[in-house]
Design a protein around this ligand. Structure first.
Ligand SMILES: Cc1cc2nc3c(=O)[nH]c(=O)nc-3n(C[C@H](O)[C@H](O)[C@H](O)COP(=O)(O)O)c2cc1C
Length: 202
């Protein structure tokens, strides 16, 4: 089970979002014997927003199917992963911009998707993606961040998408530890459910 953990939590040790993701990953590690984790950190891996010249260079790499170049390698790893776990706090109604830049780098023609009848068709092998986020207030119905991540990953071929959210952590009336503990319970349940499903799959 090759897992890619996309850690987009700028507050690092202080991050509640990272804590939630780590609870999920620890529960999964406990249940799955062949669990193998690799991490990408969108803030630290030198990804630049895609620019005109980058696009030209990238199109040439896509035509040549060169998946070892720094512009395509992160997506090659994503495309080969069985599970994606993405952690990003709720910032400015979505998530930190580094995650958008990371996502730009995942759209690699002939590697993560191709076009058929003018529609993108996903090529990624992941069975599931899990997105953890925490928010200072209530996110409400327009959760642009989660929906964007889900739509991108499903288009790129990821079969199922699960979000674990802990909301209202910064409100005066809130008990953040209680909210986090409840979300961690959901994270463990999801890890148990997914691992049971995968252990049954021959
Ligand atoms: C730059 C920044 C932007 C934020 N934007 C929002 C926001 O739009 N809505 C909200 O409810 N909380 C917002 N927050 C609060 C965070 O969502 C909240 O504190 C979250 O738990 C932080 O996650 P972390 O502990 O993993 O860093 C923001 C915090 C920061 C630092």
């Amino acid at each position: 089970m090759q897992t890619l953990f996309v850690n987009c939590c700028p507050r690092v040790e202080a991050s509640r979002t990272l804590r939630l993701a780590e609870v999920f990953l620890a529960a999964l590690r406990e249940k799955l014997p062949g669990f193998n984790l690799h991490q990408q950190n969108p803030h630290g891996m030198g990804l630049a927003p895609v620019w005109g010249e980058t696009l030209t260079q990238r199109e040439a790499l896509c035509d040549a199917r060169d998946w070892t170049h720094p512009l395509t390698r992160p997506a090659a790893e994503m495309a080969q992963s069985d599970l994606l776990v993405i952690a990003a706090p709720y910032w400015d109604l979505s998530f930190p911009s580094a995650l958008k830049v990371w996502m730009e780098h995942m759209w690699i023609r002939n590697l993560t998707f191709f076009y058929r009848d003018d529609q993108p068709v996903g090529l990624c092998r992941a069975e599931a993606a899990v997105y953890t986020t925490t928010a200072g207030s209530r996110i409400g119905a327009h959760d642009w961040g989660t929906l964007y991540v889900e739509d991108c990953l499903r288009t790129l071929g990821v079969r199922s998408f699960h979000a674990i959210k802990a909301e209202a952590l910064d409100l005066d009336s809130s008990d953040p530890e209680a909210i986090l503990a409840e979300a961690e319970g959901r994270a463990r349940l999801l890890a148990n459910g997914l691992s049971a499903r995968w252990l049954q799959t021959p």
